[in-house]
Design a binder for this molecule. Sequence first.
Ligand code: ZN
Length: 156
Amino acid sequence: MSDQKTILDQMRNAQIQDTYIHPDDLAWVPFPGAPGIDMKVLRVSSESGTWTVLFQCTAGSGFPRHLHLGAGEYLMISGEMEVRGGAKAGGITAVAGDYGYEPTGMIHDWTNFVSDSVFFFTNHGPIQFMDDDDNIVGVLDWQGILAIDASAPAPV
Ligand code: ZN
């Protein structure tokens, strides 16, 4: 490639910012309302409301009942996650290497972790947490993710 082409590519790319994260440099931050679950915030978009995190979940932990106000996507890196009771109850059991897509409007009663698990997760909008009577107990959006992340201890 010519030097001129390289310079033109660099000028074009300078107008578009890419993102590179080395998660080992980030501290795990406790995820509120879900004891045993921590996250590392990889990216948050104020433009689209999308947020991307790495979740680390201890065996027996889980996310409380929630409604996806934006679609979610995950890739299991390790462990085992049961969605809607897992495969034995007609839901999904996801293990390392599995990908899942959760459309907007999806309700997850209790998502639990059978063993220590790590998974990559992107949500394209907020998540609304509810009690068993569907009373809203909280809404987590990209700004909430940033606020949680701001509570993280400084990396060492
Ligand atoms: Zn969910």
